[in-house]
Design a protein around this ligand. Sequence first.
Ligand code: GDP
Ligand code: MG
Length: 739
Amino acid sequence: MNGHFAAVGNGPTAQVYEHGIQVIDEEKQFNTNLNDYMIETHVAEAGFNYHLISVFGSQSTGKSTLLNHLFGTEFSVMAESERRQTTKGIWLSKNKREGAKGGDTSMAENILVMDVEGTDGRERGEDQDFERKSALFALATSEVLIVNIWEHQVGLYQGANMGLLKTVFEVNLQLFLKDKQSQTRSLLFFVIRDHIGNTPLANLRNTLIQDLNKIWSSISKPAGLDNSKIDDYFDFAFAALPHKVLQPDKFLAEVEKLGTRFTAGHRSAKDQEFVGGVFLPEYHRRIPADGLSMYTEGVWDQIVNNKDLDLPTQQELLAQFRCDEISREVLIGFDDIILPLEESQAEATRLGRASVLPDLGATGARAREKCIKAFETQASRYHKGVYALKRTELESKIDTRLKTLYQTQLSAAHKSGVAAFSDAVTNAVKAGQKAGGTYEFAEIVDKQKRKTLEFFKKEAQSLSIPGVAWSNFKPQYRLFERELDEVSARLRKEEMRRLAIRVERWVRSRLGDAIGLEFNKLGSGRGGTGAPETGDKPETEKDLWDRIWAVFSGIVAEAEDRFTDRAKSFEASVGEVEVGLWRLRRKSWVALREKIDEEVMESNILMKLRENFEDKFRYDEEGVPRIWRPTDDIEGAYTRARESTLTLIPLLSRFRLAETYAPPDLLAFIGPQPAGAETEDEEDLAPIGGVDEEEGKSLEEEMTVLSESKRQDLVVRFKKMADGVYVEAKRSAIGGMTQ
Ligand code: GDP
Ligand code: MG
């Protein structure tokens, strides 16, 4: 099988590409494996560091032979015996002499050579169409066009080569019509074959230049380019080679010399003469190597379909396609890093957990940087405008993902930060309570707040990308700080509650002792203060309520001081303290009422009345127990004592101060409800008559210790009990006499 055709449609192996690759076949089909070839030969990765050369000329003028000698390529050449066209379509091969052993290492890197089917149409009939199309294709892509010509053809203005050059000039103008901005020039490198040597190269050159100018003036130029000169678009170079068969050694030596010209060159600043090799920067088409196959395919597609070839548009299309491709490629690397993180977040969200991913900021920034850098390296070689646009697109794709990732991260940090703060404060308080209650709530809150804010700030800062506005998370930080303040306020309120409960317990316990003591004094009919005055209530009985109120007020005042001191220590607001005190006074009053109710429970109060009565009845003024004799006025003593004790019942029935004969001003004592108290949970506050008017209970009712019926009942029971004592006394007096 003919090795040339094996390349088409086959896999990219070195063996297959031995002869290079047929870019355009004889059916004018473009070979889509070109990029494989570019990759295979490592040109694809070269960026702009490659060169493209095309060779033109009549059939069987030794073009392929020349290229094979110059570049070590293996384009097929016609066997001496059969005069038949061999090169079909357009073949491309990489220079194989570069760096090869014995090769000319001074050649430029990555030279790609296109061997174009001969152009005299001898074997393709009248197919001038292909000539035109291949010329257009070569001009759109190549830096250097080698024009291969026999020495004896020079000066034959009517020759086939002249037709070809005419075509080249015409299609070139056609290209420039669409691409006026372009500074691109081409080098027409004339290689004169079978140079006998009689006519010096300089003369041949002059003849050729004259012919070229003639051709140039003969072509019809499109409007706007009427006055254009050939030098506006082309540079010329010339070389002559001896006859390959007649002077094989000289031929080889000259080819070797010619090879050394395929290196980088530039124009001298002084006289614009070439310095160095033939590859001037201005010849380069600036198509990145990894986009070359796509570009040439697009160009060929336009050419073959007879569309106006518009290179700038082709370059833009290429840029769009390649930038998208590169973008997808670099996003794979981004995904490798970011997808697992996104999945981990999604999983945490699904489980309702606040998961703060470690090192997210550094990882994200690295992935972002790497991705954009990779894009920049490859894509920035393409059309600048398209590149800039696609870069913005890529950045926004990346940033959308990072933004979501970061915001989820921060809300997790927020959630776990708040929980950690709340836990830390609660635990510190518990530890403080265990250690005997010597903890400073405000200090605990301060310390934990600072710690938690620091944690959040660190996280937010680690997520911030310099120069990227969306990654400034200050608002989230402020939001977090606000929430910590809210949590602090809630915790302080709880602490206030705990404090209130402690103080209330203290009040209850103090009241238990102190009020119990006052009621116990009732048991002694002569009281604890002034001397007993028969028939009159002792001071201790008359001012019972005054003393209770005084004791109560004292305890509450002390409790208020304690509460205020403590609340201030943890920076409770004035309003919060006010509410706390208001609640404390109410609760204290309720506690007092409960204590009083306990004291006047039937069994308790009856016992106290009995003690009071017996104290008055059984002891004389000096406090000496009486021994009743029949002559004694037992009945009188009994009646006095009983009446005296009975006066206690109305006294006990109402909470009434002796001086004003009115209940204490409870409303003034408790004070108006402070503003902050509305929001308080007031379910634990029992209504107080005369204070909470809407509760339907009056101050009178609040101050009623014994109801009317209870009072009467108490009177009856007391009298019965007193009667019993009297009877016993009587009996003992009589008994004492009979003994
Ligand atoms: P192409 O069709 O232009 O690619 O020509 P080929 O390279 O296939 O060669 C065509 C014929 O010309 C072959 O038989 C070669 O041996 C012969 N040939 C190659 N180089 C030279 C040369 O420098 N001088 C002469 N006279 N013949 C050559
Ligand atoms: Mg050939």
